[in-house]
Design a binder for this molecule. Sequence first.
Ligand code: F0G
Length: 365
Amino acid sequence: MHYQGIIHRYKKYLPVTDATPIVSLCEGRTPLVEAMNIAKLTGVKGLKVFCKIEGLNPSGSFKDRGMTMAVSKAVEEGAKKIICASTGNTSAAAAAYASRVRAMGYEMESFVIIPAGYVALGKLSQAMIYGSKVIQVRGNFDDALNIVKSLSENYPIELVNSLNPYRIEGQKTGAFEIVDELGESPDYLFLPVGNAGNITAYWKGFKEYVPENQKRPHMYGFQAEGASPIVNKRVFDKPETIATAIRIGNPASWEQANRALSESNGHIDSVTDREILDAYKLLHQMDGIACEPSSATGVAGLLKAAKQGLVPENSTVVCILTGNGLKDPSTAIKEVDMDENETYPADAAEIIKVLGLQSLSGVVS
Ligand code: F0G
């Protein structure tokens, strides 16, 4: 049978029954692509680095794994409205899966609350075109999350943020896929940490899929320096970072993340915006691997941790590249030394000059 998404594939590990209407867009089954040059740059001998390209999910981020579960269960329970707060990707995923619910003949409206001015254009446009009601608030993600929490407690509307336990259930399948593909756990899992749902989900996944007497990875989470509450053990009232997806000052799954870190003998640290952008560029330009800026936070973390001697020789690392490179074109364009508005005449002779080419015959035509 053709591939039908993570719920079908990992049914026996997920809280679904034959009565659950499975709302799927064939999410999951994302590739592990080796990043040879990032591995070299770490300077760690024999290091193998794989990137899990979660940007290849249907709405372009890892959120689709959690959303297929949360939305399927919402439909099973008769919900007709879903809501989330988001830095962008959750809203795109919620909007996509709500549309799919309607396609299956059920009633479903979706509402997304996002921080005005801090959501990458690709994500904003996705939530809109999938037919979600988009509400931009003059506040940050943490403010938006407080609003949706109180609404969902008092009104008939289902919360699909990662506080919804089904989101974590779906997202843990990323760990299953890694083990299935490598044949065992990697030694280290590097990933960005924002609201801390994903680090919680991956660790849950490894614990459920890999027996205790076998190797499970150390969870290495990284926050942006200006939004690093877990690292600094304090709420950030005004989180600030170029990595808008993880611009979060008071993560919902803070405690669970700490548990994952201690149980896996892991590590949490922050990286600067410059380190994030450098890793973002390196991935694209040295290994041909795309992701959105926030997703490069784990790779920036790998380069930092390697420098600090925290990554042993001959180990295997998986970096979770959480979102698609096309989500945030403005940051990409700002990062290169090119003027997007500069144009040239549509004339071969002019273009030869611009490229500085010498003709093969040595004669300039
Ligand atoms: N990477 C990307 C691209 C994200 O969109 C997020 C979170 C994370 C990493 C961090 O994952 O929150 O589970 O620790 N985005 C949320 C959103 C907050 O609303 O899309 P986390």
